[in-house]
Design a protein around this ligand. Sequence first.
Ligand code: ADP
Ligand code: GLC
Length: 486
Amino acid sequence: MTMNVLFAASELFPLIKTGGLADVAHSLPNALAQLDIDMRLVLPAYRQVLSGISGLRVLGWVKASTGREVRILEGSHPELTIPIWLVDAPELFDRPGNPYTDAGGNDWPDNPVRFALFSQVAASLAMDALGLGWRADVVHANDWQTGLVPAYLATESAPPRTLFTVHNLAYDCQFDFPVFQGLQLPSYWWSLEYGEFYGRFSMLKAGIIFCDRITTVSPRYAQEIRTTELGYAYADVLEANAGKLVGILNGIDDVTWDPRTDPHLAARYHVNGKIRDAKRANRETLLKALGAPEAACEQRGPLVGSVGRLVYQKGIDLLLDAIPALLDDSDAQFVIIGSGETKLEQQLTKLALAWPDRLFCHIGYSETLAHQLEAACDIFAMPSRYEPCGLNQMYSLRYGTPPVVRETGGLADTVEDAKPRSLARGEANGFVFREASGAALGEALRRAFALHAKPKQWMKLIKTGMRGDYGWRNSAQAYLQLYRAE
Ligand code: ADP
Ligand code: GLC
């Protein structure tokens, strides 16, 4: 029998994205829809989303407990095979920029109001508050923004089954008692047994406590968050709920990220084709796009790339630490694309100015450059301090760009270090290091450069990565089993 699943998320590629959550909210529901699941996706009607969606029609109005009336819209997008429901509360979501912060990067002060409302409305839609004849059997909520979805559903009689996926435990929304009262949340939720958390209320904790199953985006991260090192203050709550916690590795959208068909590339390629020639052409295009001088475009040393949010999590400071010595004692070039903390952006820009023919950067967000970088580079650096899953290392593997990663979370679950034995067995696909330091990263990059200088072995490494399966098939099946309560 077809199962009805409502997927609630606060980002959705290609409409609105700050990180990998948007990619997952796009590709996982698409994969689930192939498995005889009748999916609906619910998202806040941000300004950017309203302008990117087609065929909008009004489904009806839902009244929240605070008395606010919210319009529900349905629309579609050519890249998504499922209907998208939008929670249209213009005073909360019709704002410029990022879903969570203002242009200056400060959290919107009314985030508790915005996402409590979104969660409550999503829960009502799951219960068919609009009388559409579609009621969810399962609701899949994601991160703190939807933490109250399982909580609201727990107040219903015969609620759908709920899954709560933790994409990144370091992000949360907590508020004080007066805000809790203003939101008119059930008073028993303010207790240690439920959502109270060190004197405040945590939307993330509420999700963890009230859901039927918790998932994280890699098996390793599911272990790590039960320790205080990466579970922070939540480690105890997660340990106490370990019986319902499981790690399922993210997949990637292997249609959008396919070097054989990628429209962003100057030269497309496949595993049995002329990878080296294509990379050469893509390298020239990328470096020119980044304003590199002619002579720099002709250099032949390994090209190391990195794409991501420039924040502590991603260990970009480790890369900035390692680069000067590597520039001195190798012929490598570097290209970095990202935006984030001002201090890191400034350090990166300064280093690039000091090495105009060896280090190139783009401060900002560019989907096109991210694709070009994956195809142009020889090596991808991802020295994350922690990484719940990480998508870029999988994009890199697919694009024949062996990743150099720190042994953490999904990076540890997807990258097999190039050691003599793993290489001989055709299992190695990248380089893994442990210590979170510029020196350890530098050493791993040097190992990569040494292997890069041995074309036959390097090609074997590349091909192992390119032949891997990073799609959603297996993981979508794993979610289906959880949906079915198996
Ligand atoms: P996270 O969600 O922690 O940021 P992931 O690796 O899961 O990390 O996903 C990040 C996604 O965002 C990837 O699709 C990556 O390509 C993209 N991304 C991050 N920063 C940029 C940028 N500056 N330009 C283009 N894409 C970016
Ligand atoms: C988070 C994590 C990242 C993960 C993504 C999608 O943003 O930081 O590791 O890949 O969510 O699940």
